[in-house]
Design a protein around this ligand. Sequence first.
Ligand SMILES: Nc1ncnc2c1ncn2[C@@H]1O[C@H](COP(=O)(O)OP(=O)(O)O)[C@@H](O)[C@H]1O
Ligand SMILES: [Mg+2]
Length: 140
Amino acid sequence: MTVPLLDVHDLTIAFPAARPVSNLSFSVAGGETVAIVGESGSGKSLTALALMRLLPGAARISSGRISFDGHDLAALREPAMRKVRGARLAMIFQEPMTSLNPVLTIGAQIVDVLKLHENLSRQTARARVRTGCPAGCASA
Ligand SMILES: Nc1ncnc2c1ncn2[C@@H]1O[C@H](COP(=O)(O)OP(=O)(O)O)[C@@H](O)[C@H]1O
Ligand SMILES: [Mg+2]
């Protein structure tokens, strides 16, 4: 059995007076796309924020484990987490008009992120956006 890239196990997110996410488990393999679907207020955004370690101050992970590429995300110090964020884990926040620029194509905006976080040339970043391949796999 292959080890999942992302493994969320028994995740519970609690506010002082509410527990919007209870005992959630799922995993994502490398190259796999997983969509989490649920009604408004069911905890999708909080789950994504927990993965990014960007939960609002009043919220805490009261149980569970999030492992990414073999690392326990809860145990990473903030400087290490900052390297993961953006480079390996990214989030497009709700309200796309404030997170994406409507006058640029989505591809151009992803190219900008790759140039910034991975120091890629524009040409390499564009190839990566077109193929979805990490560096080195485009020629394989
Ligand atoms: N900062 C917050 N303080 C208190 N409750 C919150 C906060 N953010 C979200 N919630 C509550 O947590 C629940 C899940 O919210 P959310 O993850 O945003 O849902 P979804 O993204 O699925 O619509 C909702 O009931 C919401 O009201
Ligand atoms: Mg949401």
